[in-house]
Design a protein around this ligand. Structure first.
Ligand code: ATP
Length: 314
């Protein structure tokens, strides 16, 4: 292994920078060239690269986002796109690739590896925590803390005005963020878009709470595929249960900010292990966090397709 490429792909997440830094510095330690690919798979197609030296990654361990930029590339989903991407691999003499991203990025990396035989290692980087085989993905812990802090603030105003708030959190198909912040903020209800919502029960809970002297209610809504589901909940409560609730969609605030200690620490170890794996094996791998330790697991299509029910929630 003389030259390792690293890219970030899909939605950005806090901790991606810490992982890039660890990859670059581990490469430097072993005298391996590290090639940063700018804008994910699209950058690979466009040969948008820069060499990462030890100093190139200074001061980024504590920064949210990704200094290599991230992108979603439809072109990479085509055979022609991946052919172009492989030309970049050849031109830059890259021997192995570290892909930091979510399940889509892992799938893309795996398909690329199967077609061109370039070793690929995935580092799970997404706030959604929706990858099978790892209990944490980079950015998840930071997103949880950001959302928790925001909802605590909403609770203050909800209590002061004796109001019900519907707070929508990110997570697309994964309910992890909704469940965790719901528990940590003492939410009265948690709603997932893909589950049938029992509005009668929710309304009863709220009315019962008010009778008992509760000064506020918080309903957490997982956003699902499209943000805005909270407005349906608000309408339903107003029109069919005569309850007024205010909507607050937390949105992209959850994707930004300085990574927490946990995200930095896991990212640093994962970046280090990704390089170590590429130095000793050419098998497709995912770096996972399990039972408090970092593990290398085989990356297989089957694993990527595991049903969401298998994701441990709490
Ligand atoms: P997040 O969880 O933050 O959304 P993600 O990695 O799942 O991250 P996606 O948009 O699903 O984000 O995927 C990122 C990129 O990975 C896509 O834009 C595409 O370039 C590549 N990719 C995804 N699926 C495939 C596929 N089936 N074949 C080839 N490339 C793919």
């Amino acid at each position: 292994m003389k030259n390792i490429g690293v890219l970030t792909s899909g939605g950005d997440s806090p901790g991606m920078n810490s992982a890039i830094r660890a990859v670059a510095r581990t490469c430097a330690h072993y005298d391996i060239k590290c090639t940063g690919i700018v804008r994910g798979f699209q950058g690979l197609i466009e040969n948008n690269t820069k060499v990462l030296y030890t100093r190139s990654v200074r001061g980024i361990i504590n920064r949210g986002g990704t200094f290599l930029y991230s992108a979603r590339s439809d072109e990479f989903k085509t055979k022609e796109g991946r052919k172009e991407a492989f030309k970049t691999i050849e031109e830059n003499e890259i021997d192995g690739l570290v892909v930091i991203g979510g399940d889509g990025s892992f799938t893309g990396g795996l398909i690329f590896m199967e077609e061109y035989n370039i070793p690929v290692v995935g580092i799970p980087g997404t706030i959604d925590n929706d990858l099978y085989g790892t209990s944490h993905t980079l950015g998840y812990d930071t997103a949880l803390n950001t959302a928790t802090e925001a909802i605590d603030k909403i609770r203050d105003t909800a209590s002061s005005h004796e109001r019900t708030f519907i707070v929508e959190v990110m997570g697309r198909k994964s309910p992890s963020i909704a469940v965790h912040v719901g528990v940590c903020c003492g939410a009265e209800n948690i709603i997932f878009p893909y589950k049938k919502v029992d509005y009668d029960r929710i309304a009863q809970d709220i009315k019962h709470g008010i009778k008992k002297g509760k000064t506020s209610s918080i309903i957490i809504v997982g956003e699902g595929e499209k943000p805005g589901m909270s407005y349906n909940v608000q309408r339903e409560l107003r029109e069919n249960h005569q309850l007024v609730a205010h909507v607050c969609i937390l949105g992209h605030i959850q994707r930004g900010g300085a990574p927490t200690h946990q995200d930095r620490f896991i990212a640093s170890k994962m970046g280090n292990m990704a390089v170590s794996h590429l130095m000793t094996s050419s098998k497709a791998a995912a770096i996972c966090y399990e039972n408090g330790g970092i593990k290398v697991k085989s990356l297989k299509k089957k694993i990527l397709k595991m049903k969401l029910q298998n994701i441990k929630l709490v």
